[in-house]
Design a protein around this ligand. Structure first.
Ligand SMILES: C[S@@+](CC[C@H](N)C(=O)[O-])C[C@H]1O[C@@H](n2cnc3c(N)ncnc32)[C@H](O)[C@@H]1O
Length: 314
């Protein structure tokens, strides 16, 4: 299969949101194909520190570093560790941080990476190529725990049925096998708008890469790293991620913690607001027509205040 190029999502809105002034230092937490990084360099940023946990994304970015040796540093690391990785390089604050959560087209399009239910490949899904794979999870998890995982991370309403079909068919080695098992479990009308395997694949991918844990830790790392007035831009692609970003920004901007009616002084962490949150931005019809992957994207922007970062358990 020929890989489609990765088209950056909500790029103009991200640029407007972080408004990288000339000479600004910017973190791109999810380098991918480098779409955001290229745009920020073109807009005049002084230095971009670009992270990706996928070694192939970092290797593919070497040419861009070659063209911008003094303005781009590529770092093969998870964005949850961005503040520590930059501290090790003598950088303690930055002007802006961008996160474009999820998988890239390059990852989805390479059947050998095992992310896709549309192309057969090994059931892998590891962005970093390390740790347990999706095959390890489906072949070893207890049926109830597997059903819970599909329900929680895939929002699969018939998770128990899917889990029982998976367990009955083990061992499963290929994405094609897993997709066929889920379709059989749930019934598949060819031509239906959504493949029944979508939710199961999303759930496994989130679990394999601990995506929600990474997002939570990444937002906290961004809070520690941004200078007062600095901007955080986060693009997410499904409701679980967007809910986590929205909740973080609402809590950190002084909103009611966890939806409770606690008085401000009882706020968890007892800390002053660290962000001002702007309204969510979604792609317009023209962007969705040009790039269907943008369909479910949401951008949230936060501006860092000068209050100290909250304690880790807040
Ligand atoms: C949607 S793509 C980013 C695309 C990029 N904005 C562009 O314009 O080309 C997401 C990328 O983030 C990487 N990624 C996902 N989670 C990560 C994490 N926790 N730490 C570092 N990189 C991560 C993935 O490997 C993937 O390459």
């Amino acid at each position: 299969m020929t890989a489609a190029p990765h088209i950056p999502v909500l790029l103009e809105a991200v640029l407007a949101g972080i408004s990288p002034t000339s000479g600004a230092s910017v973190v791109d937490g999810t380098f991918g194909a480098g779409g955001y990084t290229r745009a920020v360099l073109a807009a005049g940023a002084g230095h971009v520190y670009a992270f990706d946990r996928d070694p192939t994304a970092i290797a593919a970015g070497e040419a861009l570093t070659g063209a911008n040796p003094d303005r781009l540093t590529l770092i093969h690391e998870r964005f949850s560790l961005m503040d520590r990785a930059l501290e090790a390089r003598g950088v303690s604050t930055v002007d802006a941080i961008m996160l474009d959560i999820g998988v890239s087209s390059m990852q989805i399009d390479q059947a050998a990476r095992g992310f896709s239910f549309q192309a057969d490949g090994p059931l892998d899904m590891r962005m970093s190529n390390e740790g347990p794979s999706a095959a390890d999870l489906v072949n070893t998890m207890d049926e109830t725990a597997l059903a819970d995982l599909l329900y929680r991370y895939g929002e699969e309403p018939r998770s128990r049925r899917v889990a029982s079909h998976i367990v009955a068919a083990r061992p499963i080695a290929r994405t094609g096998e897993l997709a066929a098992i889920v379709r059989k479990a749930l019934g598949h009308r060819p031509g239906a708008p959504k493949d029944p395997a979508t939710r199961t694949f999303q759930a496994l991918r989130i679990a394999v890469n601990d995506e929600l844990g990474e997002l939570d830790a990444g937002l906290r790392a961004a809070e520690r790293l941004l200078r007062p007035g600095g901007r955080l831009a986060v693009v997410s692609f499904h409701s679980l991620e967007d809910r986590a970003v929205k909740r973080f920004l609402r809590t950190r901007s002084g909103g009611d913690p966890q939806g409770s009616r606690h008085l401000p002084e009882a706020r968890i962490g007892g800390s002053a607001p660290t962000f001002e949150a702007a309204k969510a931005v979604r792609p317009d019809a023209a962007e969705i027509a040009a790039n269907p992957r943008a369909r479910s994207a949401t951008l949230r922007i936060g501006t860092r205040t000068d209050a100290p970062a909250w304690k880790d358990d807040a």
